[in-house]
Design a protein around this ligand. Sequence first.
Ligand code: FE2
Length: 257
Amino acid sequence: MTENVIKACRFEHGCSRRFWLESETADEAASGRSSTPNTTGSGDVQQRGLIQGIHIFPTPARRLTMSEQFTTLHEIFTYKLGTALTMEHDSLDLLEDFEHAAMRSGLKEFFHTHASETRQQIENLHNCFVLLGEEVRRVASPAAKGLAKEAKSAIGKTADMLVDAVVLAGALEAEHYEVGVYETLLVLAKASGATGIAELLRQNLEQETAAIKHIKAAADQIAKKDAQEQASRTEEEAKMPTESDVKFLPFMPPAGT
Ligand SMILES: [Fe+2]
């Protein structure tokens, strides 16, 4: 079933470029899921399922070659959005690794839930591109890949009994980076008056902030427990007889006879 969906653009900058979306339902049109945006120079409503988009900064984005520089805020914003998209896809892979590596069932459950949230965040980022009037594209994010590599390496070096602490350390570092990325994007979106985009980014930021709170609480609890267990193991080891404490009994033949 098709429906006419018209969304008024809330951005009021100079650029008049617009795009439309054909959608099967109002919900699909609102989420931007059902089709790729098509650009049009006309300002009139032309198609069913129309969503108007407009550049959030006055100068439209262009494709950059390797030797070119960003010359507009719109280009910077679009680029950062692309790195955020790559970051979230990498995060999805990392969360699966964390779920697999964690020993405690509560942690496995948390990483599974946050992976679902991350899928929603990816959809939000796609919708940010749609609202921008830009095609969805990923941009390399070496920082996110570096954090994932470091976390996986530390997990590989750690004994099972302590691995949860290392998993949580990797998760905390990655989530803090994600918060930094969303805070930056949100600053730019708010400055431009892009309220629809800012709202989507705010939702992602809220989920990341909540994840950090959960991870910190779990890390705190587990580190204390690990420290107690380590102390009692050391105490037990101190009570065990050493080699020099073992005396030969008189009836035992001397060694080597
Ligand atoms: Fe996250």
